[in-house]
Design a protein around this ligand. Structure first.
Ligand code: DOR
Ligand code: ZN
Length: 351
């Protein structure tokens, strides 16, 4: 196959940052995705509906002329989030979820939730109103091995929560393990997961290939090959419980190439192309459209996009870096090739 046309996809997990960094990365996502859930882990975090609406305006203002891209906002849960915020969020029409970061789990999670018991009234209100909870699913206990933090989170927090609030709609974000795949497949209705391109294409060897590779470091960290294979097999079987969320997470080169580098992989420059590679490797390009353009919209109760996007099988070399405010941004596959290229957009509606 040399060309692949699919319904225009959405990115259900994206970090856009703010200011000059937002302006530097947004065009990549807007060229590919019709909508994206925009993560709220700014500094300070986006914890109120009013802040989310302001941030949404900044995203819209940073869009290139003629871009068709809708930012879908989510609020950052803290120990102090009031249950009334759920009503405000819902009434705004622009907020599509609340993000649970266990405090200390990842980049800018310091003001996250220290104990899920603190937010039970908020979660109960979300369940009543049908507002989605997006979960960074890792325990923060430093005694737990870093490769085991996702399975332990399922046992200690997620499985009990799913049972305790049977109406709560939950997206288990950026899953990385067979345990997470099995949990999602076996869970009650209303539980789904996003999967990143890096966790479908790379295993933890990529962190140490020829030396330490800070640009392959993200949270949750890359896992062993058997876990990667389980993820790829799950998404390419076509279950509607799995959908696209790049977790594209730009950091300045200076913040990555240092003694204590930040977690985050920037992938928005090839946010659909990388998935095409992964699905092609599994012989399942026919399953890409569901994963990228239908399952997520169905979960969030939003319409499918009418426009299409075409990829051509024409390898291209990724730049070594992109501009990023006063610094540089090193993208996934920097200096290497990607098998699929984005074709120029057409106005043709999906048949
Ligand atoms: O690798 C990551 N980077 N994981 C996250 O959960 C946050 C993200 C970021 O914001 O940089
Ligand atoms: Zn993320």
């Amino acid at each position: 196959m040399t060309a692949l046309t699919i319904r225009r996809p959405d990115d259900w997990h994206l970090h856009l940052r703010d200011g000059a960094e937002l302006a530097a990365v947004l065009p990549f996502s807007a060229a590919r995705f019709a909508r994206a859930i925009v993560m709220p882990n700014l500094k300070p975090a986006v914890t109120s509906t009013a802040q989310a609406l302001d941030y949404r305006r900044r995203v819209l203002a940073a869009l290139p002329a003629g871009a068709a891209f809708e930012p879908l906002m989510t609020l950052y849960l803290t120990d102090d989030t009031p249950a009334a915020e759920v009503e405000r969020a819902r009434a705004s029409g622009c907020v599509f979820g609340f993000k649970l970061y266990p405090a200390g789990a990842t980049t800018h999670s310091e003001s996250g939730v220290t104990d899920i018991r603190h937010i039970m009234p908020v979660l109960e209100r979300m369940a009543e109103l049908g507002v989605v909870l997006q979960v960074h699913g890792e325990v923060t206990d430093p005694a737990v091995d870093v490769f085991e933090r996702e399975p332990r989170f399922i046992e200690r927090t997620l499985a009990p929560l799913v049972e305790r609030l049977p109406q709560l709609r939950i997206v288990f974000e950026h899953i990385t393990t067979r345990a997470a795949v099995n949990f999602v497949l076996g869970a009650r209705a209303g539980v789904a997961a996003t999967v990143t391109p890096q966790h479908l294409l790379m295993n933890r060897n990529a962190l140490f290939a020829g030396g330490i590779r800070p640009h392959h470091y993200c949270a949750p960290v890359l896992k062993a090959e058997a876990e990667r294979a389980a993820l790829l097999s799950a998404v390419t079987r076509g279950s509607a419980r799995f959908f696209l969320g790049t977790d594209s997470a730009p950091h300045a080169r200076r913040a990555k190439e240092t003694a204590c580098g930040c977690a985050g992989i920037f992938s928005a420059h090839a946010g659909i192309e990388l998935y095409a590679e992964a699905f092609e490797a599994a012989g399942a390009l026919d399953k890409l459209e569901g994963f990228a353009a239908r399952h997520g919209a169905d979960f969030y109760g939003l319409p499918h996009n009418a426009a299409t996007l075409t990829l051509v099988r024409e390898p291209w070399k990724v730049p070594d870096h992109y501009p990023f405010g006063a610094d540089q941004l090193v993208p996934l596959r920097a200096g290497e090739r990607i098998a699929w290229r984005l074709a120029p957009p057409t106005a043709r509606p999906h048949p």
